[in-house]
Design a protein around this ligand. Structure first.
Ligand code: NAD
Ligand code: ZN
Length: 255
């Protein structure tokens, strides 16, 4: 059955005038970074609602850094997986306009994708909440963490959006523009329960876009707005879609 849907997705991609992808933590699970909701790993010990809330950072940054340090140690050694590579391939083939990602791990860029909108910020820069300075963190290793402000020595906060914080203005504006102007959206590895991020597929659907979900299980979108769900690991499904797109193009089959 998934084979039929993979074929259908390849055809939908080839027919589409503008396709975007909306990705969540699930796309990076096969790179060794656990998502929030599946069992196992980091988030069983650190409740994200507690540790990833901005109030927690203000009241106890040392405690939040215990979680951040573990998350950074996974991110810093993670490599893009075939799902990230598949999306980069689609962009190179001229079939994907942009990726809106909720992830902060930078793995889409590492896979070679150029047009990536980081909806929840990134781990690569850090800011001082006290003196408002921003710092490049790309040279940091796990041993350097938690990082302190060179000017006032407060603990720095990575520029990732915590619960209770606003979405970066530019990412929010660009995402809405992309969602309003696409006619196909691939929704990959997100439980679609974190708002306002989860409104992106709804905005696309409202404008008449086709919604294809790729996920290990159904989500709240599945029976509401998804045209269809391709159920399984993104690292297996995306390369299969890319392969089918190439096959159809070479065969010049009607789609
Ligand atoms: P989530 O944890 O709520 O949901 C992950 C979804 O991915 C689930 O529906 C799950 O079934 C699915 N999934 C898991 N493994 C998969 C796989 N191999 N293939 C396909 N689907 C798979 O994640 P969310 O919706 O992104 O929301 C959590 C928030 O926390 C987001 O902002 C998220 O980006 C952030 N976060 C980021 C990272 C990261 O940067 N890698 C990691 C954890 C959490
Ligand atoms: Zn400072």
């Amino acid at each position: 059955m998934e084979i039929q849907r993979i074929r259908r997705a390849a055809k939908d991609l080839l027919k589409s005038r503008k396709t975007i992808a909306f990705t969540g933590a699930g796309i990076s699970v096969e790179s060794g970074i656990p998502d929030f909701r599946s069992a196992g790993g980091l988030w069983e010990r650190f409740d994200p609602e507690e540790y990833a809330h901005i109030d927690a950072f203000y009241s106890n940054p040392e405690k939040v850094w215990m979680m951040l340090k573990e998350m950074f140690s996974l991110i810093l050694k993670a490599k893009p997986n075939p799902a990230h590579m598949g999306l980069a391939d689609l962009e190179k083939m001229g079939l994907l306009s942009s990726i809106i990602t909720q992830n902060v791990d930078g793995l889409h860029q590492a896979a070679g994708s150029k047009n990536v909108i980081e909806y929840h910020g990134s781990h690569r820069t850090l800011s001082c909440l006290k003196c408002s300075k921003s710092f490049d963190g790309t040279h940091l290793t796990v041993e350097d963490l938690p990082a302190r402000c060179p000017s006032c020595s407060s603990l720095l906060k990575p520029d990732v959006v915590f619960f209770g914080e606003a979405i970066p203005w530019k990412a929010q504006t660009l995402s809405i523009m992309e969602a309003k102007s696409c006619d196909l959206i691939l929704v990959i590895g997100t439980s679609a329960v974190v708002y306002p991020a989860a409104s992106i597929p709804f905005i696309a659907k409202q404008r008449g876009a086709t919604v294809i979900e790729i996920n290990k299980e159904p989500t709240p979108l599945t029976y509401k707005i998804s045209d269809y769900l391709i159920e399984g690991p993104a690292g297996k499904i995306l390369p299969e879609i890319v392969q089918e797109v190439k096959r159809l193009r070479e065969a010049r089959e009607d789609y």
